[in-house]
Design a protein. Structure first.
Length: 323
């Protein structure tokens, strides 16, 4: 299917090279949250799902390629945060031949998502959980495949290799696709919103949301990915990005910078939280100015509001844990 035909059929979907489709899940705003569909010789795999509300979009994208749900062999989640895996159980109900592929630390949360739901509710509240996520659907244990570091599965002969990548979350793995020489990175490689592109050049920043941010493991994970000399990264937030060497160096630099700014924010809650938010605002505005971003400050802060809040929470939890 041509990109023009696909865009007409499913405007939320972009056809990328090597049989890969980026699907805007619609979570929060356009261009915020992506899932991916890989098609190989009339077989398919999804990578990440967005929330329950994204399931119709994912199935529509699959149908637009001419494939039936029975053609999907794998439903892969990079980690079990709800903007990546919240719709997995519901989507799997429509995929009769698919198995869910998940990091071993996340498998139990897919089989029984009650703790996952309660943890998210503690962060977002009942109203936001109902509005943005819906009720999580459990995945039958016999349809779950837990990965291990270095493990490879095949999609119609196309190898997909898993690497354990702690730092953002301990239940996080990434997927190396040799065909495209790209990683499906979830949140390990950070977030890169297209609104911040300047003359075709992307900006990127780590995401350190609650509750398992660990600077040194995250840097080690990023360096491990860079060691493959990838040509591109498929990030959840948002889309396919190239220029991987420059962006990887920027991610590594910013992990250290964010840890340092957090250590300077002392005091008790809520004073520390306010200090962390203010420090992150300055950090992002300064970084985007150096990048050449032409958006006004109000628009930048609007786009980054959720990240500022959640990263402030994540940094505070890291500080408390680190002592």
């Amino acid at each position: 299917m041509s990109s023009t035909t696909l865009a007409s059929a499913v405007p939320e979907t972009e056809l990328l090279p090597h049989g890969i489709f980026a699907i805007d899940t619609g979570f929060l705003r356009p261009g915020f949250d992506a899932a991916y569909l890989i098609v190989e010789q009339a077989r398919a795999a999804f990578v990440d799902t967005g929330t329950n509300h994204a399931v119709p979009r994912l199935l529509a994208a699959l149908a637009a390629t001419g494939l039936e749900p029975a053609a999907v062999d794998w439903l892969i989640v990079t980690h079990v945060h709800l903007d990546h895996a919240g719709g997995a159980g519901l989507l799997l109900q429509s995929l009769p031949n698919a198995r869910l592929v998940v990091h071993p630390r996340g498998a139990r949360h897919m089989i029984d998502p009650s703790a996952l739901f309660d943890g998210a509710r503690a962060v977002y509240g009942d109203a936001e959980m109902d509005r943005s996520y819906g009720t999580l659907v459990p995945v039958p244990a016999d349809r779950v495949l837990a990965t291990h570091d270095g493990m490879t599965i095949e999609l119609a002969g196309r190898p997909l290799q898993f690497l354990d990548t702690p730092g953002h979350a301990r239940h996080h793995h990434v997927i190396w696709d040799e065909r495209s020489r790209g990683f499906f990175t979830g949140d390990t490689f950070g977030l890169s919103y297209r609104e911040f592109d300047v003359d075709g050049h992307a900006w990127i920043t780590p995401t350190v949301t609650p509750v398992q941010f660990e600077p040194e493991p995250l840097k080690a994970s990023v360096r491990r990915l860079l060691g493959f000399a990838p040509e591109c990264m498929y990030v959840t937030h948002f889309g396919r990005i190239g220029d991987v060497g420059r962006l990887g160096a920027l991610v590594l630099e910013q992990i250290d910078a964010m840890a340092a700014l957090a250590r300077r924010c002392t005091g008790s809650h809520p004073e520390r939280h306010t200090l962390l938010r203010h420090a992150l605002v300055r950090f992002y505005l300064d970084g985007l100015r150096l990048h050449g971003c032409r958006l006004d400050e109000a628009r930048v802060l609007e786009l980054l509001e959720m990240d500022i809040e959640l990263n402030a929470q994540g940094l505070a939890i890291w500080l408390d844990r680190a002592g």
